[in-house]
Write a new protein. Structure first.
Length: 577
């Protein structure tokens, strides 16, 4: 059984200890607290120290404010921080701001408080005198380019011009709050910091080894502390590469992955790095032959067998390759035009399952240089679009898609083509579902189908993925109300009356009649000689160039074309019975 040294301590007792010497190691995350977190901390500590804004209601012997744990292990005489670096860093900035404010203090209580703070920031001699050249905390975070500012602030108590790091912003924030506090409560100047020092409690957990500390780190994360799965994975990788004598190589590679994932992924939950690990997980699930439609939690998958998967060089190589692939997709670079057009359509897919399937495909089929066979890959993307879109209409819900997709992932890693052979659509039944489906704007499949239709046009140019597209009613709702020109008002919400349109245009064109809409589709120069760019949706440009009006019959005819073309597309991909 591992030995743990756990003792609840006040901030002053923990930091003023002559043995206190903390290190934020290079594999940790950069400092991430912003003004919102600092404001919450300040408000909480102020309310704690002055209950109901009344100094006399505070009980200095019994009142305590628990700030949280600090998990460390001793490494070459320093306490390497595994968890708690964000709160400890912020406390150091707060204490340094108080110390700077008290530089010219003359009353005994404030002087005593300043001395107490100095013993928390700097190492001291045997008489308790601070050595301002030796801090009690150091940072080696490899991916934090601003850590030098943190250490400089602690040493000198100033922020240099041009510094924009979180350290600098938070230090200045605390300085301003302290100035306001001192001006409003000058007679209580020393009470707030001394109550923070003596009555705010930390729980230092000192493990006997890094292994034990990491297990505690993982357990604390289970209990809701703000640590991502990728942070734990990073620690496991770090141990492996450190044992191999390649720590610096790992740090550089991990930093590059973090930067790329942050630029590429916008996950609805978790971090961008968590998203990368999720996409890789499906590849490994497929290699294991796992057909279960119940997907276990990300960390539960990787921690199996003691994180064995993260102790292999190949895993990091795969992650880098996968990241490079998705970065190229996001940049619309490195693929043929027709593949990029398929990716654009998939970007509007009704759910994200296609990203997992495509990740498996890439990792299994990439060549030595990371290239894919263009013909096969384009066919794979086409079949994926046809199946996912049709299935979303037949059986809405991402969970329903797991049953047919997971076996295809296994087929991929076994060298087989993706055919979705376990499921075929009946053309008449699918047509009936599409015609009876209510394609409201808030249903993801509506944009999916409109994106597919736009790029079904061979003259449709590629559009940047950062372009914000909204759903346009070609026959406007207000027009229908004003003219009462529709026999069946339900035609307004059919695919035949909808198209994708840039939001910058859609905002202006939304309520106009068709004659007015045409100039917005085609672009024009206004009375102030400002050019209004045309839409990049070719169908709308073509429609505005050739038609004088867009009627209810046009809606019905266009709806028939969209549905018929989509059914043909599904059939062309071998998905009809």
């Amino acid at each position: 059984m591992s030995n743990l040294n756990i003792e609840q301590k006040s901030i002053y007792k923990l930091l003023s200890d002559s043995k206190a010497d903390f290190l934020i190691p290079d594999y940790q995350r950069p400092y991430a607290w912003g003004e919102d977190e600092c404001a919450t901390l300040w408000d909480d500590l102020s309310s704690f120290a002055f209950p109901n804004d009344d100094s006399s209601q505070f009980n200095s012997h019994d009142d305590e404010y628990f700030l949280g744990p600090i998990v460390t292990f001793e490494n070459n005489g320093k306490q390497e921080i595994i968890d708690g670096q964000q709160r400890l860093t912020t406390i150091m900035l707060l204490l340094r701001a108080f110390y700077e404010k008290f530089q010219c203090a003359k009353d005994p209580n404030t002087e005593k408080t300043r001395d107490m703070i100095s013993q928390c920031i700097w190492k001291t001699d045997e008489f308790g005198n601070p050595n301002t050249n030796e801090l009690k905390i150091d940072s080696e975070v490899a991916s934090d380019d601003d850590k030098a500012e943190f250490l400089s602030i602690l040493r000198g108590g100033t922020v240099q011009g041009g510094w924009k790091s979180s350290y600098a912003k938070n230090f200045k924030f605390f300085q301003e709050r302290i100035r306001t506090f001192v001006s409003e409560y000058s007679m209580y100047t020393a009470l707030l910091p001394v109550r923070i020092l003596n009555n705010v409690i930390l729980l230092p957990i000192e493990a006997e080894s890094q292994d034990t500390a990491l297990r505690i780190f993982s357990t604390l994360n289970d209990r809701g502390l703000p640590l991502s799965d990728a942070d734990i994975f990073k620690s496991q990788f770090y141990r492996h590469f450190s044992d191999e004598g390649r720590k610096d190589d790992f740090i550089e590679r991990w930093k590059a992955l973090e930067e790329s994932s942050g630029e590429t992924f916008c996950p609805q939950s978790g971090t961008p790095m968590d998203e990368l690990f999720s996409r890789y997980m499906y590849f490994q699930r497929a290699r294991q032959g796992n057909r279960s439609t119940t997907t276990e939690a990300l960390r539960g998958f990787y921690e199996r067998n003691g994180y064995e998967l993260l102790k292999k060089d190949r895993t990091l190589d795969d992650l880098e390759a996968l990241m490079g692939f998705w970065k190229a997709v996001a940049a619309q670079d490195g693929f043929s035009d027709r593949v990029l057009r398929r990716f654009f359509v998939l970007n509007y897919a009704p759910n994200g399952m296609w990203t997992y399937l495509t990740s498996v495909y890439f990792l299994q089929n990439r060549g030595a240089d990371g290239e894919l066979d263009e013909e096969r890959f384009h066919a794979f993307l086409d079949r994926t679009i046809a199946f996912v879109f049709a299935y979303a209409i037949e059986r809405p819900g991402v969970n329903a898609l797991r049953a047919p997709v997971y076996p295809e992932m296994i087929n991929i890693v076994r060298g087989k083509e993706v055919t979705f052979g376990g499921h075929r659509f009946d053309r008449k039944a699918l047509e009936g579902l599409i015609r009876s489906y209510t394609f409201t704007n808030n249903r993801p499949i509506t944009k999916s189908m409109l994106a597919w239709w736009a790029f079904n046009d061979p003259d449709q140019p590629l559009i940047g993925l950062d372009t914000r597209l909204e759903i346009e009613h070609i026959y406007a709702r207000k027009r229908a109300e004003r003219e009462s020109g529709l026999r069946d008002i339900g035609n307004l919400e059919t695919l035949g009356n909808k198209a994708l349109l840039e939001s910058r245009i859609n905002i202006r064109a939304t309520d106009y009649g068709f004659a007015d809409k045409k100039k917005y589709y085609l672009g024009f120069t206004d009375a102030r000689e400002q050019t209004k760019e045309p839409t990049k949706v070719h169908e709308l440009v073509d429609l505005a160039s050739k038609a004088d009006d867009f009627t209810e019959q046009d809606i019905r005819d266009r709806n028939d074309r969209i549905i018929g073309s989509f059914l043909d597309y599904v059939g062309a991909n071998g998905l009809l019975e």
